[in-house]
Design a protein around this ligand. Structure first.
Ligand SMILES: [Zn+2]
Ligand SMILES: [Zn+2]
Length: 240
């Protein structure tokens, strides 16, 4: 308000009202916003100060009274009142006066933000969505883990099979008679001179009829350097 009595619009302040907040908090917010040393009184559209009561501390009051409210420096309030009282009391003049008051006072627009209940409902909704997502992630992780486990088992079995097949092929090659290439039927003849499998008994006997030295290392007196391993029939059957 200027000294001439003419009141000019100043600025608009948006204030968020919370449960339990009253007119005093609104006044403080305005003061803080304007960085002013002066206190402000919150008035209704008629320029009348709103009292700080249980009713005006209720969120419902601000909902129904919402719209535009005005903050005026407390020290200017009396001046505004005097101006109002000094006016003609006819209805049309009152309206005009109201407009002047409206123009001269700092506007405060009150915005109703989500109530605590709405916020809580929203949070619950988000929590549920999150919970569903987490469950899905767990389910997917469990399925992947199961598939990995099956794959690992298969891999291990295949490794065993490959190993068994390799061992089998290796043993077959080692046990095979070096003269007739078949697997000995009952006994395996091993050389004591160089420690190798010579082959089957019958082939060895045939070999000795014409040879005296080892068929591998050529050591002499081969007949005395032979070991006839018996008792392997069952094992040898597996390689026939
Ligand atoms: Zn043989
Ligand atoms: Zn030998």
């Amino acid at each position: 308000m200027e000294d001439t009595g003419k009141i000019s619009p100043y600025t608009t302040v948006h204030v968020t009202i919370c449960e339990g907040h009253g007119v005093q908090v609104v006044g403080e917010t305005v003061k803080e916003y304007l960085n002013s040393a002066d206190d402000f009184t919150i008035c209704d559209s008629k320029g009348l100060a709103i009292a700080d009561t249980a009713e005006t501390r209720d969120l419902e009051f601000w909902k129904t009274a919402s719209r535009k409210l005005y903050a005026i420096k407390t020290q200017d309030l009396a001046k505004a009142k005097a101006t109002r009282l000094g006016k003609n009391t006819k209805k049309n003049r009152i309206d005009q006066e109201d407009n002047e008051v409206l123009n001269g006072l700092l506007e405060v627009e009150l915005e109703m933000k989500n109530s605590a209940a709405k916020l809580s409902e929203h949070l619950q909704e988000k929590t549920n969505e999150l919970s569903v997502s987490v469950t899905q992630v767990h389910t997917n992780a469990a399925q992947v883990a199961q598939q990995c486990s099956v794959l690992n088992e298969l891999k291990a079995k295949m490794s065993e099979m490959v190993l068994a097949r390799n061992i089998s092929a290796c043993l077959r090659q080692t046990l095979a008679c070096k003269m007739c290439t078949s697997i000995p039927a009952t006994e395996v003849v091993v050389t004591a001179c160089c420690g190798q499998v010579a082959g089957c008994g019958p082939c060895t006997q045939t070999y000795l009829k014409e040879n005296d030295s080892c068929l591998f290392c050529k050591a002499p007196v081969f007949a005395t350097k032979l070991i006839f391993l018996k008792g392997f029939s069952e094992v040898l059957d597996q390689f026939q």
